[in-house]
Write a protein that binds this ligand. Structure first.
Ligand code: ZN
Length: 47
C-alpha cells in the first residue's frame, strides 16, 4: 500500500507559474505570486 501523500501541480494559465500542493484544489484565496490571479486561472498539470 502506498502511503505517500499525493501531490498535485497547478500551473497559472496566465504566466506559467507552477505550484505543488497536497490537495486536489487550490485554496479559494490562493493568489499567483507572479501575476496576482486567483485559483480560477490555474489548471491542474497531469503527470
Ligand atoms: Zn500567474
Amino acid at each position: 500500500m502506498a502511503d505517500e501523500k499525493k501531490q498535485y501541480t497547478f500551473r497559472c494559465t496566465v504566466c506559467g507559474y507552477e505550484v505543488t500542493v497536497d490537495t486536489p484544489e487550490l485554496p479559494e484565496d490562493f493568489v499567483c505570486p507572479v501575476c496576482g490571479v486567483g485559483p480560477d486561472m490555474f489548471e491542474l498539470v497531469e503527470d
